[in-house]
Design a protein around this ligand. Structure first.
Ligand code: G4P
Length: 528
């Protein structure tokens, strides 16, 4: 086997999905601990103050060092290389979250034992569904009183529509938490308060029939456990790797992230069964991760630490081949070769200059706005990865300047910030308005703040009567021209130069599409 194949097969690239407060940050820390990146734990923690409040989020964004570094965390574990991609933590569910999920091969869902399936989890799960992403589940905070485990599995099955296959099962909960049973190996792992902080997880018994176990947890608890296990085995599904990989079944683990209990069992199972990089669709063919030639796509753009330099980091998910520091790659959209100098890799312990990277890995490429979200890089082949869409925004505002002389800076700022993908920028054909669209309302505050901070522009965003946007496409040039003439007042050009219909109301949109049956109105735009 080539080294490209060997390296690709040992990669595990995933993201954690959860409702805020379920324990994503804490679990991330513990996973890094097992990966030997103990130092990192501190900086992951420091992000959490940012969770919801707008002002906190901005203050945090200023420390972009942290957010760039923790966007991707790579650590070795048990012969594998694990890449954990962070999903943005703020309350707004944005396109950026969606696109991170296009760059992973599997996901880990964290659920609070007391709260069960929450709203944000449902939304993220829907996104995973779109690509049949395999999902493992960790039910967290077992050290607290929570809901009945069987009831929780029922809830996951009915609300999220995915079969549950418990891999570990809790022995008690809250103050009565004694440990977990591994349903596949039969081992029992004890929970010992104050002990589960190190890499070594816990005291282990070979099976529930081990005589020493009765002494450790008591005869009554053991009897109860036996009854419960019988019930569980009757009521739940055995683990089926095929169903898991197809996104139809989720293996379920119980534990307590903050006490580092049950985490190693999860991680061991994860590296063993979670998928290595999978083949990816492009405009012309499917690309296998084991191919020799480098390919990859950009799923995220982030302004770099120093706002003065307008330097951006484009995050590229590698889909095949081998990246080597300083190599040239073909930027398909522009048709030009680009030197990938000073690319970053994301070892959890520190940001480093990338020497090599393989399928499943993410590298960060410095650029000044030449690279956009959705761009493909190859070693010369003209193909583009598909499935990294822009969504039609649902909220719109008109940008207004306090100082009219700063118009040029405003235009530039809006265009550049929209390249990062969280907002979209439209210029109507018939007016000089600058319209900003976003999926979440927080984005407008962020843009206003950054315009001031990075571009020295004082802008406010005022309401505008636009209900929704649709990208317009038509195979027939003549019909398109006709359409453009008739509907010019509602048409605009987006930052990529594409024609967009900005509908004042949903009814208007419906009428417009009925009147022009040859024109397509698209709710997403694939990056060309
Ligand atoms: P998030 O990233 O998903 O938003 O959650 P995060 O890890 O920040 O955890 C949210 C809160 O839940 C934190 O408490 C954290 O300590 C706590 N937590 C995480 N795992 C467990 C667990 O296994 N058991 C218990 N009992 N609590 C857990 P906090 O009060 O917000 O912060 P802190 O001051 O305790 O750090």
């Amino acid at each position: 086997m080539s080294d490209v194949s060997i390296e690709a097969l040992r990669r595990r690239t995933f993201a954690i999905i959860s409702h805020p407060d379920a324990g994503k940050t804490t679990l991330t820390e513990k996973l890094l601990l097992f990966g030997g990146a103990i130092q990192m734990a501190g900086s992951v923690k420091s992000r959490k103050t940012s969770r919801s409040a707008t002002s906190d989020w901005m203050a945090l964004e200023k420390e972009r060092g942290i957010s760039v570094t923790s966007s991707v965390m790579q650590f070795p574990y048990d012969g594998h290389i694990v890449n954990l991609l962070d999903t943005p933590g703020h309350a707004d569910f944005g396109e950026d979250t969606y696109r991170v999920l296009t760059a992973v091969d599997s996901a880990l869902m964290v659920i609070d034992v007391a709260k069960g399936v929450e709203e944000r989890t449902i939304k993220l799960m829907e996104v995973c569904r779109l690509r049949d992403t395999p999902i493992m589940t960790f039910i967290n905070k077992l050290d607290r009183e929570g809901r009945d485990p069987i009831e929780l599995l029922d809830e996951v099955e009915s609300v999220l529509g995915i079969q549950c296959a418990p891999i570990t099962w809790p022995i008690g909960m809250g103050k009565r938490l004694k440990g977990v049973v591994h349903l596949v190996s039969g081992e029992v792992h004890l929970y010992e308060q104050g002990r589960n902080f190190t890499r070594q997880d816990s005291t282990i018994f070979k099976s529930i029939d081990d005589p020493a176990l009765e002494a450790a947890i008591g005869a009554a608890t053991l009897a109860e456990l036996r009854d419960e296990l019988e019930l569980v085995q009757g009521a739940s599904h055995p683990f089926d790797i095929g169903k898991y990989l197809a996104g139809e079944q989720t293996p379920v683990f119980f534990g307590s992230a903050v006490n580092n209990f049950g985490v190693q069992l999860l991680l061991d199972f994860f590296v063993r069964h979670a998928p290595s990089p999978r083949p990816r669709a492009t405009t012309s063919r499917e690309v296998a991760p084991t191919e020799d030639k480098l390919t990859g796509f950009v799923f995220k753009i982030q302004a770099n630490m120093d706002p003065q330099h307008r330097d951006r980091v484009a995050f590229m998910r590698i889909c095949s081949g081998k990246f080597e520091a300083g190599m040239k790659a073909f930027h398909v959209r522009s048709g030009k070769d680009m030197k990938l100098a000073n690319a970053l890799t994301f070892m959890a312990s520190d940001r480093e200059i990338a020497e090599t990277a393989y399928s499943g890995d993410v590298i960060g490429i410095h650029n000044h706005g030449t690279i956009s979200i959705g761009d493909t890089f190859t070693e010369g082949e003209k193909l583009s990865f598909t499935g990294i869409p822009n969504f039609a925004p649902e909220l719109f505002r008109r940008a207004r300047l306090r100082d009219p002389l700063k118009l040029k800076q405003l235009q530039k700022g809006l265009a550049q910030l929209s390249e990062e993908g969280a907002t979209q920028f439209f210029r109507p054909l018939m007016s000089n308005d600058l319209i900003l669209g976003a999926v979440g309302v927080l984005q407008f505050d962020v843009v206003a703040y950054r315009l001031k901070d990075e571009y020295g522009v004082d802008a406010i965003f005022e309401p505008v009567t636009i209900a929704t946007a649709r990208w317009v496409r038509c195979g027939n040039e003549k019909k398109l021209d006709e359409f453009r003439d008739k509907n010019a007042v509602n048409l605009a050009i987006d930052a990529a130069g594409e024609l967009v219909y900005l509908a004042p109301t949903r009814v208007n949109l419906q009428l417009a599409s009925e009147r022009s049956p040859d024109v397509e109105f698209l709710a997403t735009r694939e990056h060309a």
